[in-house]
Design a protein around this ligand. Structure first.
Ligand SMILES: *[C@@H]1O[C@H](CO)[C@@H](O)[C@H](O)[C@H]1NC(C)=O
Ligand SMILES: CC(=O)N[C@H]1CO[C@H](CO)[C@@H](O)[C@@H]1O
Length: 316
């Protein structure tokens, strides 16, 4: 996959940039609806639902709820691959997650697709690019056969903050939420494409060999609205088709945030001081049923996951 230029202005008229479609994956939480930790069999049940769409998921902190230990055997039995995460912000979390991965890796080499060190740690201002690179190098030293990189907000790649990390990584995941940029759904996919093209253009200028994924994107079906961005099943369905499937059709690997609703999540307070309820971002309900009363194979229904055949993003 290679984009020669990433000019927003060119998007509306741009043809598919590559011939091969990207890969679709899902961000997956570690907890059951009641907030207790998922077990191996819970992940197996998750995979049974996800397998109609994908065979790869990503997690965050590998030691949280013994994520690596529980998900890898489930992934092996169901034919999935997993991107495991390390939370580097404190020494304790860094070592706990790294140890969880190095312990499980020998037995599950075929299931570990890659390791991300940090999730939006540059965006939060927790590290400089050089500091994060040191953590990535440390992990690469312990896992020489694994692709290692980071996940961060698209603008931290676009604005140069991540340059040292881009140079020293095998894999880069860029998160972009038109929703949290306050976009109306009408402009949701255009705004998303614009973000990703800016990030990708910069990333490829720094390291043309690095593997690039959208690390998180999505649209909630309920919960808090944000400026012009409103939640809803119809809106989420539109973003699924135009944004997520459109990005994939363009040849960019994309993780949907997220597989299942997480009703256990506490409310958080956004940068504007407003309380945000982030419990309705799942493509499926927390109990793994389809949203909106449709079913996943019903093109006219109200399910988020409509079947479609589509040549590329429609931006105008
Ligand atoms: C739509 O998104 C584009 C790209 O992010 C942005 O430049 C533009 O201002 C947005 N339009 C509206 C009406 O917000
Ligand atoms: C510089 C900075 O913001 N450091 C913070 C990184 O994150 C940890 C825990 O999340 C904080 O304890 C640090 O203060």
């Amino acid at each position: 996959m290679r984009f020669v230029k990433a000019l927003p202005i060119a998007l509306a008229a741009a043809p598919a940039v590559v011939s091969a479609a990207g890969t679709l994956g899902f961000a997956l939480g570690t907890k059951k609806p009641d907030g207790s930790c998922k077990s191996q069999s819970d992940y197996e049940a998750d995979f049974d639902v996800l397998k109609s769409q994908s065979t790869i998921v990503r997690g965050y902190a590998a030691s949280d709820c013994d994520f690596a230990q529980n998900i890898l055997p489930a992934a092996k039995s169901k034919g999935f691959k997993v991107i495991l995460g390390i939370w580097p912000d404190t020494d304790d979390s860094f070592h706990a997650d790294k140890d969880a991965i190095t312990k499980s890796y020998p037995q599950y080499q075929d299931q570990v697709y890659a390791v991300t060190v940090g999730s939006e740690s540059l965006y939060r201002g927790n590290f400089t690019g050089d500091e994060l690179l040191e953590k990535i190098k440390d992990v690469k030293g312990s896992l020489p056969d694994v692709k290692v990189g980071t996940a961060d907000s698209w603008n931290k790649y676009q604005d140069g903050t991540a340059d040292p990390v881009i140079k020293g990584s095998d894999i880069i995941l860029a998160n972009a939420f038109s929703y949290w940029q306050g976009q109306d759904i009408k402009n949701g996919s255009a705004s998303f494409f614009d973000d990703i093209m800016q990030a990708l253009g910069h990333v490829q200028g720094i390291n043309k060999d690095v593997e690039f994924w959208v690390g998180e994107t999505g649209w909630p079906t309920g919960g808090s609205s944000y400026e012009a961005a409103k939640p809803g099943v119809k809106e989420a369905e539109q973003f699924w088709k135009e944004g997520i499937c459109g990005m994939k059709a363009w040849g960019v690997n994309t993780f949907a945030f997220e597989a299942f609703d997480e009703p256990w999540k506490p409310v958080s307070t956004g940068q504007n001081g407003k309380v945000a309820d982030e419990t309705h971002w799942g493509v499926w309900n927390a109990d793994r049923t389809s949203k909106g009363g449709g079913n996943d194979n019903d093109d006219a229904g109200t399910s988020i996951l409509t079947k479609y055949t589509w040549g590329g993003p429609k931006i105008a």
